[in-house]
Ligand binder design. Sequence first.
Ligand code: NOJ
Length: 452
Amino acid sequence: MGNAGFPNDFLWGASSSAAQIEGGWQEGGRTPSIWDIAPAKKVKQGESCHTACDHYHRWREDVALMQKMGLRSYRFSVSWSRIMPEEGKVNPTGIKFYSDLVDTLLAAGVEPLVTIYHWDMPLWVYKKGGWLSEAIIPLFQEYTRVIVEALSDRVKWWIPMNEPGCFIMNAYLQGVHAPFRRDYLALSKLTRICMLAHGEAVKTVRKYAKQPVKVGMAFSTGAYVPDAETPEKIEEARRLSMEDGCGLMGNRWWMDPILAGKPVRAYGVYSSSQRDMEQIHQPLDFVGLNIYTPYNYADWGANKQAPAPGTPKNSLGWVIDDRCMYWNVRFVYEKYRLPVMITENGMSDYDAPSLDGQVHDPKRVDFLIGYLRQLKRAIDEGIPVLGYQHWSILDNFEWAEGYDPRFGLVYVDFQSGERIPKDSARVYKKIIESNGSVLSKEVATWVPDSLH
Ligand code: NOJ
C-alpha cells in the first residue's frame, strides 16, 4: 500500500441538477417537465420546483461562490425542455443559458461536467410514452446531439444519464417520483429502453464532440462494509455488494450490461438479452459513482441489518458510515476496471443560520473529511480516481422530499434566495487548496473559528 495522495489534476467539485436548482420553469421559452406538474400531494408540504434556488437568475452569483470556494469542477444537468421545448424545436434562449454558464465557469477556472438527463423529462416526451416507449431513443439522441454540438467545443466531460436504476425504481415501480407510475410488469422493458437510449447517447456524444471527450454514466450505487477486514468477510461483502441481494439490484443489474456487456436475470421478472448488448455496451471513459450509505442497512436487500441504536444518520435516515466510500470504489473498480469519478456524495441535514448569521454544519464537515479519507485510502491503493463532486453545491429541491433535506455546501434561504456558505464550504476550500493533504491532520487543529 503506497501513499500516493490525491492526483494533481484531481477534479475537486460539487454537483447539482437542473430541476433541483434552476426554477424559471416558464421562462426563456421553456416548457414544463414531469416534475413541474407533480401533484402537490406527491411532494412533502406540497412544495414544487418552480422557483427552487432561482439559479436561473442567480447563476452568476453561484459561479462566483464556486470560484471563491476554489472548486475545480462543477457537475450540473441540462433541462431538456429548456433546450427542446417541443418536438423538433431547438430553443436558442435555452442554449444560450447553458453556453453562458459554461463560459463563466471556465473563466472562473471551474471545469464543467454536463449531465444530459437528470430525471426532468419534458412533458411532451412523456406524452409520447416516456421511458415506456422506444420512441424516446431517437428523441434522446437528437437532444443529446443538439447539446453536444452547442457545448462540446468547451465541455470535455459528459454524463448522458444520472442514476437510471433510481429513476426507474422510484418513478415507475414505486410511484414516488414523477411520473408516479407503478408499472412493475414493465421492468424489463423500461430497463432495456433506458439502456439502449444510453448507448445511443454515448455514441452521439462521441460522434458530435468537437474535442476529445470523457464519457461516463452516473450510477446509483452502494456497497456492504465488511464486518471485519479478513479475506472471508471481504469476499462476503464483495459478493453482497456486486452479485447478490442489493448488489444485484443496485449494481450488477445496471453495471453488468452497460460496463461489461453481460445480460442479467433477476427475481424471475427481469432479464436483459444478449442481442441488445452490442448497443448497450458502449465503451466508457469512467464510471461515475453516487455514494451515500452502506448497503448493510438497505431496505431492499437480503441480509438487512438494523443500525445499532444511536448510529449516525442524515436527516433522511440514511446511515452515515464513511467506510462505504472505500469499499464501494474498490469493489466496482476490481470488477469493471474503469477509472472512477465520484459524481455525488453528501449528506442532508436541517441546517439553519445560527444567531451569528453563519450556518454551522459540523456533521457535514466530519462527513466530508471522513468520506474523503476513505476515498484517499482507495487512491493510495492504486485505484484511479479522477475527481469528487460533492452533492450538492446548494441546498435544493430534494424531489418528493421537498426542501427540508438540505444537502448544500451553501445554505439557501428559499424565500429571499440569499446564499450563505456553510462551514463545510470553508473547510472544503481548505481541503482543495491543500489538494487533500490537510485531511491527514487532526480535524480539531484546523477547523477553528478562523475559517469563518
Ligand atoms: C441522487 C440524485 O442524483 C440527486 O438528484 C439527489 O438529490 C441526491 N442523490 C440525494 O438524494
